[in-house]
Design a protein around this ligand. Structure first.
Ligand code: NDP
Length: 391
């Protein structure tokens, strides 16, 4: 498969340089759709790449902000290459025009996943909003000009539906959010929620205004908080909730309700909507359930307290959380959503995409073991490892 990378250059030399077997393999590759995944180093993107390659029907290209010159310069890229030797990597930054034309060249499908997802809001909201919005336009423009792109699957978020975990202004707590809902960016709305909403709206507008000869289809995937095991040795902001509990960064558990979904379901949804006849033009909410953080703490406590992890089980009052927010960034975030429980309609996920979400128990435990096994959380003396789960 390493020949894939240089396939274009090789075609003119095939008869001279390749054996019959290699030439046939190259010819076969030519009929295999090429799929681009933007932000290949990301948590969700790495699962999409894994799902695409496991499917066996696609060649996969991924973008990174900057290609590492030496493997040792960048541990994440090194593991990415080791894990997926057949993945082609190209350089493209959301903040620059360069690289996107080459990145989409020859691609049939695009998963546009890359977007800034920082743990804390930067002082300047545009540091998140501009890369998300301008980057999406850059990717879509390149797709329109490429002439080969059939469909783009955009990783949006429930941040563009329900203002994330905060809920939309003036909407009652009994409201069930559907794909018809949009976050009101003119109301109280954090930079990340603004970035996802404005970027997704820009994407829909972009495809609506395309001339027929440049047209392609668009699907939006709107996940709630994504948990699940890591493929690469880096966490996403969403792992913070499990990290906080397992490392006892908070001594008790605040009344925070977490709408969640497993990353493996997110990857599957990306794959199904990439080719499904009914997906174009749709937004798909990826949501399993909204659970109280206390429920996650209980699942983790049952599995990990006996292995030396002092997972908090007590309830934290709102006043205690208010005090914690001055020293702990995640407590600051929790305080902004304390007591709010947002729920979604996931009928389209189940009925149309045929995905029955992975249950909380598996998602939470697999996430925690993955954080420990990848060295992000230390192994305690009593740690027995994932096998303990099966015994
Ligand atoms: P990660 O932080 O793991 O991945 C983000 C990716 O975006 C990284 O590959 C990062 O590259 C890339 N990126 C960020 N800024 C730029 C830039 N300027 N140019 C090029 N690439 C850039 O996050 P997730 O995997 O969790 O999130 C992926 C997508 O899913 C995002 O769009 C996010 O908004 C969305 N999402 C995530 C949810 C979650 O709970 N995790 C929930 C709902 C939506 P680099 O490695 O160089 O930093």
């Amino acid at each position: 498969m390493s020949m894939l990378k240089n396939f274009k250059n090789l075609t003119s030399l095939v008869t001279l340089k390749l054996t019959d077997f290699e030439a046939r393999a190259c010819a076969n590759m030519a009929g295999v759709p090429l799929v681009l995944v933007t932000g290949a180093t990301g948590f969700i993107a790495s699962h999409i790449i894994a799902a695409l390659l496991a499917d066996g029907k696609y060649r996969v290209r991924g973008t990174v902000r900057a290609l590492a010159k030496q493997d040792d310069d960048d541990r994440v890229q090194k593991v990415l290459k080791q894990t997926f030797p057949e993945l082609e990597l190209v350089e493209a930054n959301l903040t620059k025009d360069e690289g996107w034309k080459e990145a989409v060249a020859g691609c049939t499908y695009i998963h546009h996943v890359a977007s800034p997802f920082p743990a804390a809001s930067p002082p300047n909201a545009d540091d998140i909003i501009r890369p998300a919005v301008d980057g999406t336009r850059r990717v879509l423009s390149a797709c329109a000009n490429a002439g080969t792109v059939k469909r783009v699957v955009l990783t949006s978020s429930v941040s563009s539906i329900s203002n994330g975990m905060s809920g939309n202004r003036g909407v009652g707590t009994d409201h069930v959010y559907t794909s018809d809902d949009w976050t009101d960016v003119d109301g109280p709305c954090a930079p990340y929620e603004q970035s996802k909403t404005i970027a997704e709206k820009a994407a829909w507008k972009f495809v609506q205004n395309l001339e027929a000869d440049k047209a392609f289809e668009l699907v939006a995937i709107n996940p709630s908080a994504v948990f699940g095991p890591l493929i690469l040795p880096r966490t996403s902001t969403s792992h913070g909730m499990v990290f906080v509990l397992l490392t006892r960064m908070l001594s008790a558990v605040p009344d925070v309700a977490v709408p969640f979904v497993d990353v493996r379901d997110v990857a599957r949804a990306h794959l199904v909507t990439m080719t499904s006849a009914t997906a174009p033009g749709n937004r798909y909410i990826l949501w399993n359930n909204t659970v109280w953080l206390k429920e996650i703490a209980e699942v983790l406590g049952k599995e990990f307290i006996s292995q030396g992890y002092d997972v908090p089980q007590e309830r934290m009052t709102k006043i205690q959380l208010w005090i914690s927010k001055f020293v702990n960034p995640i407590a600051k975030f929790f305080y902004s959503v304390v007591g709010i429980r947002i729920v979604f309609d996931n009928e389209k996920l189940k009925e149309e995409l045929g995905i029955e979400p992975i249950p909380l128990q598996k998602t939470a435990i697999d996430t925690a073991y993955s954080l420990i096994e990848s060295g992000i959380i230390e192994k305690k003396d009593d740690y027995k490892g994932p096998e303990n789960e099966k015994n």
